[in-house]
Each structure stands twice: as structure tokens, then as C-alpha cells.
Design a protein around this ligand. Sequence first.
Ligand code: PGA
Length: 259
Amino acid sequence: MGTNLKMYKNNQETVSYLKELKEKVAAFRCPELELFVIPSFTALAEAVKAAEGAIKIGAQNMYWEDAGEYTGEISPKMLKAIGVDLIEIGHSERRHKFGESNFDVNRKVLAALRYGFTPLICVGETAADKEYRITNECLREQLKIGLYGVTGDQARRLWIAYEPVWAIGVAGKPATPEYADRSHQVIKETLAELFPDCGQEIPVLYGGSVNSQNATGLMEQPAIDGLFIGRAAWEADSFAAIIKQVLAVAQKKSELTLL
Ligand code: PGA
């Protein structure tokens, strides 16, 4: 589970946040926890150092070319050089405020895989898609185009975040656990169809107005593997409290699969 800091924390704020979070999470002693933080570009190099490998660090975006006449863009090569682990691709704000298409997402996914990053691909329907009852079609299209050309072997490195656009941010309303779970099932079915050998194992995280009141209910759903959080995770204290809840549910879930 993890958080995208969007365009909020500067360099120093990111580093002190990471240090505090690292201390709090160390107390949980849970090596299975895959914790990630996705800061702004300007904070990335110092964030990697501050995280000391205890927290994965991701970039919020990335261009797909290695180098060239692309003013204002950041290449996979540059991110590799500072030790970033993960690349967030196709966040709803990138798609809807900056016009990124499924085809752009695909180019970025392939570039991220080429450089050995973990691509965290965000998909989700808009309020209009939901109204017209084309949520499933929209998710399938985002996945089929976004993951076009990914090999079965590469697919083992993918992470997916389901983030309904209408659920994200201050104006968003969280999806109910049942609604989110149904969409996660559609995503998992599509992944299994695209990658018969490992599609079922690709982690699918839920994001969109997650907070301490709804985190447990969401995590209890069978097809929700983790959470991707914005506002509720931007104070180390409140993020740590949610992580604790999630660990409790994850433990219960793994006991269930043991039975
Ligand atoms: P939110 O953001 O939790 O603040 O709604 C989620 C996201 O944009 O990933």
C-alpha cells in the first residue's frame, strides 16, 4: 500500500515525512508490507536516500523516450539513475487534466518495464461512464490498450490501482466496498485473460477517498489486495494508523486462505 503526494510536499517536507513514517512503520515489524510513497520530482533523489530501502519510492509520471527534444519531460534513464523503484502511470489527474490517452499510458508502461521499474497503472471510470453503465467496458479498454505488448514475464512486475475518477480528491465520494470489489473482479478477469499464467496474481489496489473509516471495510473485500491513498496518508501519524488497520485485515485474510 502507498500514497501519492501529488503537488503538495516540497523537498524538506517529503524527507521529514518519510523519516517519521519509516520510524512508525518499523514498529509494526512486518516485512511483507510493500509500502510506497510517490513524491514530486524535485524531492525524488533525497526521498530515495531518506527511505533507505524501507519504503519504495515512486515517480508520479515519466516520459517514454530515453533522451531527446522533450522540454519539461523526465526520462526513465534519469529516474533509474537516482534509484526510483516504481512509476505511477495514468493517474486520473494525468488522464483528465493533462490529456493522457490509453496509448500514452501504454508507451510509458513499456518504457517502465524496459528499465526494470514496477509500473503502477491507474485505471478507473468517470462519473459519466458509471452513469451510462460502461464501467466494465472502460476498465477493460484501459487495461487492454495500456498493457498492449507486455509479455507474460513482464506482467509479473505490474501493479494496478483501481481509482474511480468520481471517488478521487476533495470532491470525491469513496466507492462502497462492494462496488469497488466488483470492479476489482472485472480487472482481475481481464488480467487473467491477457496473461493466463500470472494475471490472477497481479496486485490490484483500491484508491479514491480512502480514510481510517473505510480502509478496513475495503480491505476485507476478496478482490482488493491493497490501498492507494491520497489525502488521508499525508500525515505520517494518520497513514501509520491506516497501515495498522490494513495489516490486521491482511493477517485475517491470509489465515482464511490457510484454512
Ligand atoms: P484521495 O486521492 O485519497 O485524496 O481521494 C487518491 C488518489 O488520487 O490516488
